[in-house]
Design a protein around this ligand. Structure first.
Ligand SMILES: [Zn+2]
Ligand SMILES: [Zn+2]
Length: 328
C-alpha cells in the first residue's frame, strides 16, 4: 500500500510501498478515506516533538472504513465508518487512568506518533479508541473533527462554563470549529490573528466572531477566557493582558515557543494559565455528539495523499483557511 513516511525529523516525507497492515486482537483494519493534517504533525516532522517511532506514518485525524477485524472486535463491523484520534492506547492501570485522566496516562501511545497513522491507504487501530462519526459529515468534512475539533473542544471546556467572552488566538483548524461551538453555547468569540492577516479575520467574522483583530490589538471588552492555538509563547502574556480578573488562559497546542518573562501583575487577580494535553475518550464521545447539534461545519482543502508535503508546507506558511485533508 502507498504511505507517506517520515524516516527522520527535518526531512521531507517519502512515498513508500508498505506491506498491508494486519489487525491483531482488538484491532480494526481501516481503508483510509480521509486524514486531516494537524499542526502536531508539523511539530513531529520539524523535530519539535522528539519521541516519534521511526520510520513513521503520521496522521491522527483518520476517517476510515472497517475492512477487516482482529479477534475479539465487538464495537464495529465490516463496512462501518469510524474515526481515529490522537489518543491511540492507554494502560488503564496508572494513577491517571484510574482517576479518569487517561489523557495524561504515563504509558499512553499516540496515533501518528508512536503508532502508524493515516497518511496511508490503510491503517490499523485499537477498536477501543475508535469512534462512530455523525452521518451529517462526509469523510473529508469529518476528518478535522478528530483533533482540531476534539482538542479545541477540550480547550473550550477547560476555559470554564461561566466564561462568556472567549478570545481565540490563532484562527486555524481548531479555532474555526470551536468558534462555532462557542457561539452555539451562547458565548461571544473574539478572534486574534497574526497582525495584518485580514483574510483570517474575515474568516473568523464569517464564522460568527463578534470581533476580529490582530494579536497585538486590545479587544473592545476584557475577555473571560482565552484559548491559544498558535504555537507562539509571546501570546501568553498578550492574552493575559486582554483578560479580566479570574480569567483562564488555555494553551491548546502540544508545542509552543518559549513564553517570555512578563510582569506578575498580568497574572495577579487570580488569572490562571493552563495547558491542554491530549484527549479522553469521553471528550470524543461528547464532542462528536455535540458537533452536529451545534451545526458545526468544517472548512477544508483537499489534497491527494501524494501531496502530503505540500499540505504540511501550506500549514507551516499559514496559507490555509480551515484544515488540510489528505485523501488516498
Ligand atoms: Zn495509564
Ligand atoms: Zn492533532
Amino acid at each position: 500500500m502507498h504511505a507517506q513516511v517520515l524516516t527522520a525529523p527535518h526531512s521531507p516525507l517519502a512515498r513508500r510501498e508498505l506491506p498491508m497492515p494486519r489487525p491483531i486482537d482488538g484491532q480494526v483494519l481501516l481503508r483510509v478515506q480521509a486524514c486531516a493534517v494537524c499542526r502536531t504533525d508539523l511539530h513531529i516532522v520539524d523535530g519539535e516533538l522528539t519521541q516519534p517511532k521511526l520510520p513513521l506514518v503520521p496522521g491522527h485525524e483518520i476517517v476510515g472504513t472497517v475492512v477487516g477485524i482482529g479477534a475479539g472486535v465487538d464495537r464495529f463491523t465490516i463496512g462501518q465508518r469510524v474515526g481515529v484520534p490522537w489518543l491511540g492506547w492507554t494502560c488503564g492501570s496508572c494513577d491517571y487512568c484510574r482517576a479518569g485522566h487517561e489523557n495524561l496516562c504515563d504509558r499512553a501511545r499516540f496515533t501518528g506518533y508512536q503508532i502508524d497513522g493515516g497518511y496511508a491507504e490503510f491503517t490499523v487501530a485499537d477498536q477501543r479508541y475508535c469512534f462512530a462519526l455523525p452521518d451529517q459529515y462526509d469523510d473529508v468534512a469529518a476528518a478535522p473533527l478528530l483533533c482540531a475539533g476534539l482538542i479545541g473542544y477540550r480547550s473550550l471546556r477547560l476555559a470554564g462554563d461561566e466564561a462568556r467572552r472567549i478570545g481565540i488566538y490563532g484562527f486555524g483548524a481548531a479555532a474555526h470549529i470551536i468558534a462555532q461551538v462557542a457561539r452555539y453555547q451562547g458565548r461571544e468569540v473574539f478572534a486574534f490573528s497574526k497582525p495584518g492577516d485580514s483574510a483570517a479575520q474575515d474568516f473568523a467574522r464569517g464564522l460568527g466572531a463578534v470581533w476580529a483583530g490582530g494579536s497585538d490589538e486590545t479587544p473592545p471588552e476584557p475577555l473571560d477566557a482565552a484559548l491559544i492555538f498558535a504555537p507562539v509563547g509571546a501570546l501568553v502574556p498578550a492574552a493575559l493582558a486582554a483578560t479580566r480578573k479570574g480569567a483562564t488562559v488555555v494553551c491548546g497546542g502540544i508545542h509552543m515557543s518559549d513564553i517570555p518573562a512578563f510582569p506578575y501583575a498580568l497574572l495577579w487577580e487570580e488569572r490562571v494559565i493552563r495547558s491542554v494535553a491530549n484527549l479522553t475518550r469521553h471528550d470524543a464521545e461528547e464532542f462528536l455528539a455535540l458537533a452536529p447539534k451545534a451545526g458545526v461545519t468544517t472548512t477544508t482543502r483537499r489534497y491527494d495523499l501524494a501531496q502530503a508535503e505540500l499540505a504540511l508546507a501550506d500549514l507551516r506558511e499559514g496559507r490555509l483557511e480551515g484544515a488540510a485533508v489528505l485523501v488516498p
